[in-house]
Design a protein around this ligand. Sequence first.
Ligand code: SF4
Length: 198
Amino acid sequence: MPGSESETIITISDVLEFLFCPRFIYFMHCLGIPQHEEMRYKVLKGRDVHEMRRTTNIDYARKKIDCMRKERQVFIAAKKHHIKGIVDEVLFLGDGTAAPLEYKFAEYKDRIFRTYKYQLTLQALMIAENYGVEVNRGYICYTRSNNVVKQIDLKKKDFDKSVEIIMDILEIIEKGFYPDRTKDTVKCVDCTYRNICV
Ligand code: SF4
């Protein structure tokens, strides 16, 4: 079982791929077979919006959240937690805690996607490790819903589950463990790997 002695650092994108289907990690990292670029359309689209938001309306979050200071587009590599990635904004809050804020090129539809919550949880782990501050919540800004900002509370069980997922991914990468396929077989229909996935 990989653990704290491992020096492998995975990305937040790896975790999101794993959540889509654990076998993506095996095919990408163990066999070195990339996905088609179009699979990343939404991510790329999101990045464009990040860039736009960064230059047009950078102070809006400060007005709606008790934010004393923020850092934008922060790359963090958290060795202890084996995870790295970019945080759109790290907010330093009035109560002494910090929080990640993510922009999403999406409409808010009365529910928070599981992947958004994991993304914030992983970013929270990274921020806590690198800045030495408590992180117990994160924020999503929905750019297609008039920039509505939703707070997501992050609990111990969320952090525990994220750590568990990171360990599962390390096990695939470092031991070449071939994971179970996704239970949601609809995802297999137009999957890049469907011809080699047995
Ligand atoms: S074919 Fe299905 S199980 Fe296999 S990698 Fe693709 S989504 Fe996962």
